[in-house]
Structures are given as C-alpha cells and as structure tokens.
Design a protein around this ligand. Structure first.
Ligand SMILES: O=C(O)CCC(=O)C(=O)O
Length: 297
C-alpha cells in the first residue's frame, strides 16, 4: 500500500510556554501578549498550553469551565488569532456543555481571521495512580471526548490531541495515515512522568509516523498544587528534538520543513512497507469530516 506525499508548505511554529495563575483574565492577557510576540517573530502557527486559563486540577475545572463558543476565553482567543494573523491552537480550557452539564478538557483552534475552525475534547482522560508519587483522576470531574481532530491549514493538515492523548499511538498513526504532517499536543506533564516520558513519547510518535510532533506545556509554578514539567518541544520526522526549553515562561520556535519530511520518508520508506496482510490498518475504517472531526465510518 502506498500513502501519497502529504500537502505541506514550510511554516514557523511557536509554542508559548505560558506562566499560568489563578486569575483567568490575567492568564488571557498574558496569552495575548505572547501570541502577538510569537507573531512578531514570524510564527505562522502558535500553540498555547493545556489548561492555560485556569490552574490544573480537578477541583478547579467546575469553577473555570465555560461554554464554547459563548465564553470569554473563546472571544479572547479569536481576537488574539485575528490580531496576530496566525493559526492559533488555543491550548485547552475546561468546557461546560450547557445541554448536558458535562465538563470537558477542550482545545479550540482559530484561523488567522479569528474563526473557530475546530474543537477537540480530550479523548483519553488522565487517570493515573503512581503510589507515593502522583494520583490524578480527571474523570472525577471531566468526561472524555468522542472524536479525533484533524485541521486543514494552508501549510498542511495538523492532528490535534491533548496531553495524555500522546500515550495512545493509534491516534497519531491515524493522523499520519490520513496525511497530517504534524501532531500538536497542548500538554502538562508533571515531575514524575515528565522526566520519564515527555520527550520519549514525542520522539516515539514522531519516528513511528515520520511526522513532526509538538507539545506545549505551561511553565512550572511551584506554588501551585500541580507542578508542570515544562520543556515544551518540537520533534522532527527523524525523531530529533529540534527545539525545546526549560521550565520557565518562554516561546519555543521551529521551522517545519516539507523537504526534510519527504526525504526522510524516501530514505526509510515505512509507508510502502507496511504489512496490512498481517495486521490491521488503524486508519482503514476512519472518516474525516469537513468540521475537522474524525470518526469511525
Ligand atoms: O501522561 C502523563 O504522564 C501526564 C498526562 C497529563 O498530565 C495530562 O493528561 O494532563
């Protein structure tokens, strides 16, 4: 089976590793300042972190949750994208669905005119228990989303997941098989799983699928209840980390290069060598829809 070369034009990606506090308006203002700065540095696509408008913790989600698209964060994000003239991956925010009362960890994406072009609800909830280290149960207050998300931009198609979603290789494999050139994950790993798995998972998703992978974390705040790992990074289709940072507020830039992706896929032609006579193709029964949602047929 052959997979056609994906459509891809060069672009500059910026990951805004934002310092997040408990004041939502301040968080939105800080996001705006940094998105405009990234745009002034030539970024075409800008990414904010997971839970960038609220502290990260299950007890905070009900208080910070907003309706999408009526809430104040969507309005602010749409204006930021428009004023900066960029595709904006608006990190994630706690969402309240008014019709069901359910809460979600949701990422919204805007085009350079400020239109909301996609909405991804975290598909795999972060429920872990590492004795003596960290117990976190998003399912205490959140519900999982029910679709995958691929966003068509003039630069190429971009897959979107949120944090724990990176641990599930099927999601990135489906995106790559469907022609996405990158997976973007707003994320907030912690001081236990960050050093162990943050970079490893990004490099794994990148090298398995020969795509770019980017994860954008909040900056670390040791006065908060959850200490984020930071280290927002971009990994190229060879599995190399091409841009990264420490744990302070920062902006990470990377130039995404179609020739590097194409030449690496030519050198190691995995897409022509898959044995779908021996194992299933994860993307076989999956269908993309015009609104960016991706579902089983
Ligand atoms: O997978 C991990 O270790 C961390 C995940 C996480 O922090 C999240 O999903 O928000």
């Amino acid at each position: 089976m052959t997979t056609p070369t994906p459509l891809f034009s060069p672009f500059k990606l910026a990951l805004v590793q934002l310092a997040v506090g408990s004041n939502k308006d301040e968080n939105l203002k800080n996001a705006r300042k940094n998105v405009l700065e990234a745009s002034n540095h030539g970024a075409n696509v800008v990414v904010l972190p997971e839970c960038f408008n609220s502290p990260y913790g299950t007890s905070f989600f009900p208080n910070y949750a907003e309706n999408i698209p009526q809430g104040s964060s969507v309005k602010a994000l749409s204006e930021m994208a428009k004023d900066a003239g960029v595709y904006l991956f608006g990190g994630s925010i706690p969402e309240r669905d008014e019709s069901t009362g359910k809460l979600y960890n949701t990422s919204t994406v805007y085009d350079p005119e400020g239109h909301l072009v996609a909405k991804h609800r975290k598909v795999h909830l972060f429920d872990i228990d590492v004795p003596g280290k960290i117990r976190f149960q998003e399912s205490e207050t959140l519900t999982a989303g029910n679709w995958l998300t691929h966003i068509t931009t003039p630069y190429g198609k971009l897959g979107l997941g949120i944090c724990y979603d990176v641990r599930f290789p099927e999601m990135a494999a489906i995106a790559a098989r469907k022609g996405c050139i990158a997976m973007i994950y707003p994320g907030a790993f912690n001081m236990t799983t960050g050093p162990l798995h943050w970079e490893l998972l990004q490099r794994a998703r990148a090298v398995d699928n020969q795509i770019y992978v980017a994860m954008c974390s909040p900056a670390r705040d040791t006065s908060a209840s959850y200490h984020a790992w930071g280290h927002s990074s971009v990994v190229d289709p060879r599995g190399q980390v091409v841009a990264t940072t420490g744990h302070e507020q920062d902006i990470v830039y990377a130039d995404l290069d179609p020739e590097l992706l194409a030449s690496f896929r030519q050198s190691i032609p995995l897409n022509q060598q898959r044995r779908h006579d021996l194992y299933c193709d994860v993307a076989e029964n999956v269908e993309e829809h015009a609104d960016g949602t991706v579902l089983l047929k």
